[in-house]
Every structure is written in structure tokens, then in C-alpha cells.
Write a protein that binds this ligand. Structure first.
Ligand code: SF4
Length: 330
């Protein structure tokens, strides 16, 4: 029996899109995804835009309907969850978004927004709500003065801190942070990343940190899952992925980070072209149209899941010893 807080197995999320008069097409946003998240850990979910990572995060919180597979949260099968179970899930999970300003009501002060969450979820008796708002603001590095300000009076970084304070108001066990630093300046990104790291350690918070940039997840995440066109193509502990990526897509993403590790002579691979449309997925390995190691076989069938050990796996036909060697010279 797994001790994971989240256990996702063979999950599919499919959207039916109108592509013309009387025409519908299936978009497989999440395709046969399995992912395990240990309690108290921070897992980075990384991929280019359109890879399905936000849809996966939303499906985990039951904000998107899955079309197959299972999600267990703390042992509870969410596909069989009752209304009461889902209500309990909402009390234990929160989401932080890329644009914190749009997640606040512009007519409410930050203090009112946080108090509302405390009230609705019955987190404190009425007379203790104000003190709890101060506490939450302090916890996220904002002084109590911020509770009387409106979102428009805050900078992007301050507003994201306020959004984190509001998400902590429900005392969640799991936070899905969806590109929550993508819109911030680099120096502010580091501050928010450090804050999440700190909160996770202090409070035992589990975080699924969604990002398109591997460099950002490096110092924050215990483990990383790399997504490409709806599938997880590699997963493993962060230091292992950075030291010896197995999947050619991971190697290409790492190559794009300048001075990643001067002591490690990883091959330099550039990522060719743009990802294909998720509405028209390539046959076989969906990465074969951009992969510098693709062979004729790659377009014919889905690659096997190569399990290196309990923690690291990748989806590719390349044998383990060849996966991170030099490119084909043809
Ligand atoms: Fe590249 Fe083929 Fe591996 Fe896909 S299966 S990543 S195309 S080598």
C-alpha cells in the first residue's frame, strides 16, 4: 500500500472541441499519466505550454473531469468521491495561479479576502479572524498593514504573497502552484520560490509546482516530472534528473539553461522547432518530430516505459546506457 498523498494512475483528460460546422475533434490534454506525490514533498511538473501540465493540476483538484484512470488523495478514490468527500478535498487543497491580481476581487481589501476564506471554511471564531489574518500575512512576509490595501495597490510579488496567504487560510495539505512565478521579475521569482520552500518545510505542505522552466524548479523541488504533449516522459529525483537526464526532451530542456553545472559535461542538444498541435499528435513517440535521436521505429509505436529504479523512469526506446550519450551522426 502506497504512503503517497497523491497517487495518479493512467489518468486521461480529453476535451471535445468544435473544429467546424458539425465537426468535433478530441484533444487528449492528459494521456495515460501516472504520478505519485509523497506527503511534504515538492514535485515540479515541467513542460512547454500546451503540454497538459495545468490540466493535470486542475484534474488533481477535481476542477477538470477526467475521462479515465484514477486519482487517490490520501487513500480516497476521487472518481468515487461523494459530495461530502469533495467538500473535504476542498478543505485540504488550494491552488495558486500565475496572475494573482485576477484571483482577487478588486473591490475587496486583502484583509477582507483572507477573512472571507477563514469565515466560509469555519477556520476561526469571529473574534479571532483578524489576528489570524495578521498571522497569515506575516507568515508570507507581508506586514499587517497590507490587509487594508486593495490588490491594485500591491506589486506583482506582494500580490502573489497575499494570494499564498489566502490559500494558507484553509490550512491545506496540498497546494497546486500553477506557473505562480512566471509573470514575476527574476529577483522576485526567487523570493516567492524561497517562500514556498520555507512554508513547505515549516508546515509539512505538499506542493505540485507547475512551471515551464526547469531552472526555476531546480532549487525548490525534490522530484521532477517532465511532460510533453499530454504524457509524462521522464520522472525522477531533481538531482538525478539534472545530473543524468535519460529522455532526449529532458536533455534538450536542460541544455537551454546557461551554466547549469560547470562540473558536468552533459551533451548540448537544441530543441528543434515548435511542439506539434495537441489536436494532431504525431504517431508513435510524440516527440519524434523534434528528437535528435529519433529512428524510423520511433514514429511507429509508443515507446516503452523504462523503469530505472523505484524513483526514476523515462519513456523512450533508447536503452538506459545510450539514453544520454552523444547524438546520432547520420
Ligand atoms: Fe526520441 Fe525515439 Fe526516444 Fe522518442 S522514442 S524520445 S523519438 S529516441
Amino acid at each position: 500500500m502506497s504512503n503517497a498523498l497523491v497517487e495518479i494512475t493512467n489518468l486521461n483528460v480529453t476535451f471535445s472541441l468544435s473544429t467546424g460546422l458539425f465537426k468535433k475533434q478530441q484533444l487528449h490534454a492528459v494521456n495515460d499519466v501516472s504520478l505519485s506525490i509523497e506527503p511534504g514533498s515538492i514535485v515540479g511538473l515541467v513542460g512547454e505550454s500546451g503540454s497538459g501540465k495545468s490540466t493535470l493540476g486542475r484534474a488533481l483538484l477535481q476542477l477538470e473531469k477526467s475521462s479515465g484512470g484514477t486519482i487517490y488523495f490520501d487513500g480516497l478514490d476521487l472518481s468515487a468521491a461523494t459530495f461530502a468527500d469533495l467538500r473535504a478535498l476542498r478543505q485540504q487543497t488550494a491552488m495558486i495561479f500565475q496572475d494573482p491580481f485576477s484571483s482577487f476581487n478588486p473591490r475587496q481589501t486583502i484583509g477582507q479576502a483572507i477573512s472571507e476564506v477563514l469565515r466560509v471554511h469555519n477556520k476561526r471564531p469571529k473574534e479571532l479572524i483578524d489576528a489570524r489574518v495578521d498571522e497569515l500575512l506575516t507568515l508570507t512576509g507581508l506586514s499587517r498593514d497590507y490587509k487594508d490595501r486593495y490588490p491594485s495597490q500591491l506589486s506583482g510579488g506582494q500580490c502573489q504573497r497575499a494570494a499564498i496567504a489566502r490559500s494558507l487560510a484553509i490550512e491545506p495539505r496540498l497546494i497546486v502552484a500553477d506557473e505562480c512565478v512566471a509573470a514575476l521579475d527574476v529577483s522576485i521569482q526567487a523570493q516567492i520560490v524561497n517562500l514556498l520552500d520555507d512554508l513547505s518545510k515549516k508546515m509539512g505542505l505538499t506542493i505540485l509546482f507547475i512551471a515551464h522552466d526547469l531552472a526555476i524548479v531546480r532549487h525548490l523541488c525534490d522530484a521532477i516530472a517532465i511532460m510533453y504533449l499530454g504524457r509524462i516522459v521522464e520522472t525522477g529525483p531533481t538531482d538525478v534528473i539534472f545530473d543524468s537526464p535519460r529522455h532526449p526532451y529532458t536533455a534538450a530542456l536542460l541544455s537551454a539553461i546557461p551554466d547549469i553545472n560547470p562540473d558536468n559535461s552533459l551533451e548540448q542538444v537544441s530543441l528543434m522547432g515548435e511542439p506539434p498541435s495537441p489536436l494532431n499528435l504525431p504517431s508513435g513517440c510524440a516527440f519524434h518530430t523534434r528528437c535528435h535521436k529519433a529512428t524510423a521505429e520511433c514514429g511507429k509505436a509508443l515507446p516503452p516505459q523504462m523503469q530505472i529504479n523505484n524513483h526514476q523512469s523515462y519513456a523512450c526506446i533508447l536503452p538506459m546506457e545510450a539514453a544520454n550519450s552523444l547524438p546520432n551522426e547520420e
